[in-house]
Design a protein around this ligand. Structure first.
Ligand SMILES: Cc1ncc(COP(=O)(O)O)c(C=O)c1O
Length: 374
C-alpha cells in the first residue's frame, strides 16, 4: 500500500520511529504453527498469575462498571500513599507505566530537546522521544549496566530528561545507591531524571537506591516510575504509578485523559497492594528459577548476564532471530533483545516452563539434555 500521501501530513516525529513490533499472541502462534501449547516467557510477566486478592476485587467491581471511574483517584492514591509513606498529591496513576512515560515526555519535551537513554534500554523511551520530535542521546552500557558517569558527560543545555532504567531492561543490571545518588548530585536541577523501577521487587542487592527517601528529602527533579505489571502480576490490567513533586503532577493533570485508569483497575490495584503473600511467592519462584537457569546456562556453555529482575539476558553464538524462531517452533516464545545482536531475553517462568525452555534450547543448540560441560 502506498503511504507517501500520508507521510507528508503526519507529525514528522512518528516517521523517525519504527514503534514497538507487537508480539504475536499465543492464539496466533498456536494457529500458525499448529501447536497446542505455547510457553510465553517474552514479556517479563508474572509466572504464577494475578494476586488472589486482586481476583476477588475484580469480581466485586463488576457491578459498578456502569459508573465512570473516580477522576481524582482518591482512594487509590490514598492507598498508594499509605503503602509508600507519601502524600497522595505526590502520586500520579496511569494506564500502565507505559502511559506515564508518555505523559512525562509530553509534559517536558519540546522539538529538538534531548533525552539521554541507556543503549540499550527500555524501548518506549526512544519511541516517545522521537514522537515528540526530541532527540535520543544514547549512552552505551558499561558491562551491560547503565553508565551514569557517561550519562552525566552527555548532558547539554538541550537535555530535558535522563531515563535510568533500574534494573535495566533488557540486561537486568542495576545501579547502586552510591552510584545513583552521586549521579543525582551531578545532574543540574533543570534536567529531570526518570528512575524507572518496573522490576524493583525482584532486586536482592542490599545497596539498591532508596529513591523514595531521596525524593522525600527534596530531590524535585527525580520522577520515580513503578508498575503492577511485573511482580504484582497485573500486566493485563494496565496500572502503573509515578512519584513526583505535586506541581509536576498538577501540570500533567492539565492534559492527561480524565479517566486514564478504569474503575476496575482502581479497585483491583488497591486489593493487589495488600496481597503480600502473592508477592512473596512470586519472588520466591523467580529467585529459584533464576538459580536453576543460571546453572543450566552455565552447563550449556552459554554466557548469561546476572540479573536483578525477573528475566535473564543470554548471549548466543548465532543470530538471536534464528534462536527465537527455532524456539517458537517448539512452542516457546522468548524475546530477541532490543539493540543487542545475538542476545535473547528470557523471562523466568514456573519450574516446568524453565525446564521445558532448557530442553528446547538444548535441542536448538544441539546440546545433549540434561546439559553437560563440554
Ligand atoms: C523498564 C520498564 N518500564 C516500564 C514498563 C511498562 O510496563 P507497563 O506499561 O506494563 O506498566 C516496562 C514493561 O515492560 C518495562 O520493562
Amino acid at each position: 500500500m502506498k503511504t507517501e500521501w500520508l507521510e507528508s501530513l503526519l507529525n514528522p516525529g512518528i516517521l523517525k520511529t519504527e514503534g514497538c513490533v507487537p508480539e504475536k499472541s499465543i492464539e496466533e502462534i498456536k494457529a500458525e504453527l499448529g501447536l497446542t501449547n505455547v510457553i510465553k516467557i517474552s514479556s517479563n510477566e508474572n509466572p504464577i498469575g494475578p494476586p488472589p486478592k486482586a481476583i476477588e476485587a475484580a469480581h466485586d467491581c463488576l457491578k459498578e462498571l456502569h459508573l465512570y471511574p473516580d477522576p481524582t483517584y482518591h482512594d487509590l492514591r490514598k492507598a498508594l500513599g499509605k503503602h509508600l509513606g507519601l502524600h497522595k498529591e505526590e502520586i500520579l496513576v496511569g494506564n500502565g507505566g507505559g502511559e506515564l512515560i508518555y505523559l512525562i515526555a509530553m509534559a517536558f519535551l519540546g522539538e529538538g530537546q534531548e533525552v539521554i537513554i541507556g543503549d540499550p534500554s527500555y524501548i518506549l523511551y526512544e519511541i516517545i522521544t522521537k514522537t515528540m520530535r526530541g532527540r535520543c542521546v544514547y549512552s552505551p552500557l558499561k558491562e551491560y549496566g547503565i553508565d551514569l558517569e557517561d550519562m552525566v558527560k552527555r548532558i547539554t543545555p538541550l537535555t530535558k530528561l535522563i531515563c535510568v532504567c533500574n534494573p535495566n531492561n533488557p540486561t537486568g543490571r542495576s545501579v547502586s545507591r552510591d552510584e545513583f545518588f552521586s549521579f543525582l548530585d551531578s545532574v543540574p536541577p533543570e534536567v529531570f531524571v526518570v528512575s524507572d523501577e518496573a522490576y524493583i521487587d525482584f532486586v536482592k542487592i542490599p545497596n539498591f537506591p532508596d529513591t523514595i527517601s531521596r525524593f522525600r528529602s527534596g530531590q524535585n527533579n527525580m520522577l520515580i516510575l513503578r508498575t503492577l505489571s511485573k511482580a504484582q502480576g497485573l500486566a493485563g490490567l494496565r496500572f502503573g504509578y509515578l512519584i513526583a513533586h505535586p506541581s509536576i503532577i498538577k501540570a500533567i493533570n492539565r492534559f492527561r485523559l480524565p479517566f486514564n485508569v478504569s474503575r476496575a483497575a482502581q479497585m483491583i490495584a488497591i486489593a493487589a497492594l495488600k496481597d503480600t503473600e502473592h508477592l512473596r511467592q512470586t519472588i520466591n519462584i523467580v529467585n529459584k528459577g533464576k538459580d536453576y537457569l543460571y546453572k543450566m546456562f552455565g552447563e550449556m556453555g552459554l554466557e548469561w548476564i546476572p540479573s536483578d529482575a525477573n528475566f535473564i539476558l543470554v548471549k548466543m553464538e548465532r543470530k538471536a532471530g534464528e534462536i527465537y524462531k527455532a524456539l517458537l517452533e517448539k512452542g516457546i516464545l522468548v524475546r530477541p533483545a532490543f539493540r543487542l545482536d545475538n542476545h535473547i531475553r528470557i523471562t523466568v517462568g514456573t519450574e516446568n516452563q524453565n525446564h521445558k525452555l532448557i530442553e528446547a534450547l538444548c535441542d536448538v543448540l544441539d546440546i545433549s539434555f540434561p546439559p553437560y560441560k563440554v
